[in-house]
Design a protein around this ligand. Structure first.
Ligand SMILES: Cc1cc2nc3c(=O)[nH]c(=O)nc-3n(C[C@H](O)[C@H](O)[C@H](O)COP(=O)(O)OP(=O)(O)OC[C@H]3O[C@@H](n4cnc5c(N)ncnc54)[C@H](O)[C@@H]3O)c2cc1C
Length: 514
């Protein structure tokens, strides 16, 4: 390290941390240090090539966590991936791109009691984040996306560059069914509901991440230092508290468990962007958290903040399986290394072919439960609890398990429409009733790695959330959290764009307060 004193010290060069690193260093007036636990993102093939992205999981670029046993999943544990690399989870995720509905942001505003989070206020930050680029096959995409609603930011997004044979079947079925299953020309235009073409953080056939879009372009600035393979461990206040309020300005950093500790100072602010597991861990190690849990761990309490590490929430993921009459699926690629090598060669030479697509497919749907669903139960009345043991509470409310059963029936209904005759031959599993569906869901679900909420924002004192609506940690000075852990509610969509937009607004908030 050249220096140990900076204006801003950021823990975590992930999705949000990379945005901050760029924006806070862009006009040259602040000195910025970023501490990243993971490795360099450069030249890692399965990060760059969209189709083989999933093969990066469980390697050095993934924290490779495992959850605690989940009661609603018959006490199974589930894998939890998180990026351990520059760009964080944006470097290893499945690249689906949704900025969230207007309602999502208006809800953030309502829950934080701050109209600055409403869609009309954050729309300008959305435009600063991403830019729609043409798919690599150069086709005419009229009717598949609405270019005029997209912005001019550094993250490149695109429709799949290698359309699949089922895309027209999905579109045709959605158009003929309508209603809950309607076709949505662009789910990044404010209303997410319906079936549409998937947009991904892919440009020119390569993954576009927070590292490639925000961090690498800024890395040569003389006022920005980025340190990799180094963990942020603990926060301190260098001076005694003024009026009982500690001012956090020191971050303790180490490169190995027993190696030397280095203290770095953020004279203006220390910002935690270590993600939904890293951020609460640093807070707890620093004595900021629920009193009884800190006491149990023999950690002296610096600040009692009951919500730290709580409210861990994620989306459940349940694969559905069907027998189809087609030879164009992706299974042969997974089984045949010669074919994979040929396709990778095509990608190397021309950035075309199926390797330009994320492995997840080309279409996406967001459905509302039907009006008569489950007696119209109010989802907000169910508990959404989590805690420091990585418990999500998946399927611990009737509402949640009934929703998954409804989705399973919706999929069956969709695929039994005439467009699929002769293509879908039968479901792989036949369920006689909802009890069998429920058992299947509990046995086979995991989460989608969309976790949020462990340092959530909210109004009022520390009982109303860990951070205020400006993302400042309540009860101390000099400390903010900027990452997905502050989301007050789980977005209804894939959340990476929400994290980017949040970080763009946070950069403005931080600059305007110094
Ligand atoms: C496998 C996977 C698939 C996903 N698919 C999608 C998708 O298709 N679409 C979508 O929108 N979202 C997806 N997501 C979710 C999305 O990527 C995340 O919600 C988002 O990137 C979170 O951003 P963040 O800034 O909160 O955290 P991260 O991007 O995870 O950044 C946290 C950073 O902090 C670092 N860190 C942690 N602890 C420390 C420490 N103590 N010291 C220093 N550094 C530390 C980490 O190494 C990491 O770089 C997926 C996530 C995963 C893991």
């Amino acid at each position: 390290l050249k220096n140990t004193k900076y204006d801003f010290v950021i823990a975590g060069a992930g999705t949000a941390g990379s945005v901050l690193a760029n924006r806070l260093s862009e006009d040259g007036s602040y000195r910025v240090l970023v501490i990243e636990a993971g490795v360099d993102n450069a030249n890692i093939q399965n990060i760059i090539v969209p189709f083989i992205g999933p093969t990066a999981l469980n390697t050095i670029v993934d924290w490779n966590f495992t959850s605690s046993p989940q009661v609603g999943l018959f006490n199974r544990t589930i894998p939890l991936e998180r990026g351990h690399v520059l760009g964080g989870s944006s470097s290893i995720n499945f690249m689906a791109w949704n900025r969230g509905s207007d309602d999502l942001w208006d809800n953030f505003a309502r829950l934080s009691n701050d109209s600055g989070w409403s869609w009309s206020s954050v729309a300008k930050f959305d435009l600063k984040v991403s830019r729609l680029t043409p798919p690599t096959d150069g086709r005419n995409t009229t009717g598949e996306v609405i270019p005029s609603v997209h912005g001019n930011g550094p993250v490149l997004t695109s429709l799949p560059g290698y359309p699949s044979e089922i895309d027209p079947l999905v579109v045709g079925t959605a158009k003929s069914l309508g209603g809950r299953f309607k076709y949505n020309e662009d789910n990044n235009a404010g209303d997410m509901i319906g079936f549409g073409h998937l947009q991904s953080s892919v440009g020119n056939g390569e993954r576009s991440s927070a590292a490639t879009a925000y961090l690498v372009p800024a890395i040569n600035r003389p006022n920005l230092d980025v340190v990799i393979n180094s963990r942020a461990l603990k926060l301190y206040a260098s001076q005694t508290a003024v009026d009982g309020v500690p001012k956090i300005d020191i971050l303790e950093v180490a490169q190995s468990a027993n190696g030397p500790r280095v203290n770095v100072t953020g004279t203006k602010e220390v910002i935690l962007s270590a993600g939904v597991f890293g951020t609460p861990q640093i807070l707890l190690l620093s004595g900021i958290g629920p009193k009884e849990e800190l006491t149990k761990l023999n950690i002296p309490v610096l600040l009692e903040s009951p919500d730290v590490g709580k409210h861990l929430t994620d989306h459940p993921l349940l694969p559905g399986y069907f027998v189809v009459d087609s030879h164009n699926g992706t299974d042969p690629i997974q089984r045949n290394s010669t074919l994979l090598a040929e396709l990778l060669q095509e990608w190397e030479t021309s950035r075309t072919g199926i390797m330009v697509n994320p492995a997840g497919g080309g279409m996406v749907a967001f459905l509302k439960n039907p009006p008569d669903f489950f007696g119209g139960f109010d989802p907000s009345s169910g508990p959404r609890s989590g805690n420091t043991e990585m418990i999500f509470g998946l399927y611990t409310t009737d509402y949640d398990i009934q929703s998954m059963i409804q989705v399973m029936k919706d999929v069956d209904n969709f695929l039994s429409q005439p467009a699929w005759n002769g293509f879908v031959l039968r479901p792989l599993f036949d369920f006689a009733n909802d009890d069998e569906r429920e058992i299947f869901a509990r046995n086979n679900s995991r989460t989608v790695d969309h976790c949020i909420g462990t340092a959530r924002m909210g109004p009022g004192g520390v009982e109303g959330g860990v951070v205020d609506s400006q993302l400042r940690v309540k009860g101390v000075k000099g400390l903010r959290v900027v990452d997905a852990s502050v989301f007050p509610q789980i977005p209804e969509n894939h959340p990476q764009a929400v994290a980017y937009i949040l970080a763009e607004r946070a950069s403005d908030l931080i600059k305007s307060s110094h």
